[in-house]
Write a protein that binds this ligand. Sequence first.
Ligand SMILES: Nc1ncnc2c1ncn2[C@@H]1O[C@H](COP(=O)(O)OP(=O)(O)OP(=O)(O)O)[C@@H](O)[C@H]1O
Length: 246
Amino acid sequence: MSDALITLDNLTVAYDRHPAVHHVSGSILAGSLTAIAGPNGAGKSTLLKAIMGELRPAEGRISHRLQRTDFGYLPQAAEINRRFPISVFDAVLLGAWRSSGAFRRVLAHETGKAREALSAVGLEGFEKRHIGSLSAGQFQRVLFARLLLQDAKLILLDEPFTAIDARTTKDLLDIVARWHGDGRTVIAVLHDFDQVRAHFPQTLLIARKLIGWGPTGDVMSPANLLKARAMAERWDEDARACEPAA
Ligand SMILES: Nc1ncnc2c1ncn2[C@@H]1O[C@H](COP(=O)(O)OP(=O)(O)OP(=O)(O)O)[C@@H](O)[C@H]1O
């Protein structure tokens, strides 16, 4: 587990030339399970989107040898339109279409895998339900089933347990542990520091700038958490210039 899967080199990401993440350097190791933690507005989602290639670096670079189809991404719930007229089963099958084209015929083994994935997330019998009729927790289970089917090497989760009850969170954390056990690389943006400490061996703590990145016990120290809070509180939202790398 010592190879770098993704390397960030002095990465700065900006919206309309206004930097949201500053000068981050470090590596995500292959097979690691990493939390991205930090206060609101710290740049966590921005960093995740940059890693998956949705946002381009304003400065610095991200290097990896992954293909598009190696990435599995779960956006924040608020970014997903659940009014799209699609059944639970078809929503899960989209995990397979991502890798082989939406207009290709779905193969029998993929429908079998979709059923298995639904069963793994505890949603047997929900196949024909419209996704808009599900509770928030049930819908999150559907999205995890889709990721199971997608078979990605790198799985990026943006606040996967926000507004999800304890039982569903536990079931989904079990799936995250299973991915980790399979040797996949998982990165999750999380708000809940107890969850980070209990389930994520590696942490990247950010407040626009990197505060710490490494073993969770070291990174989530009281001193680092104070620093993160202080940096978030004094951040000037209107600042245009990017400070030089430390
Ligand atoms: N599409 C956008 N256009 C302009 N600014 C944005 C955009 N998305 C995010 N930002 C800004 O970038 C900064 C970082 O936002 P980001 O969503 O990455 O933080 P976060 O750490 O994920 O926050 P939270 O924990 O509140 O979800 C914030 O100041 C935010 O307002």
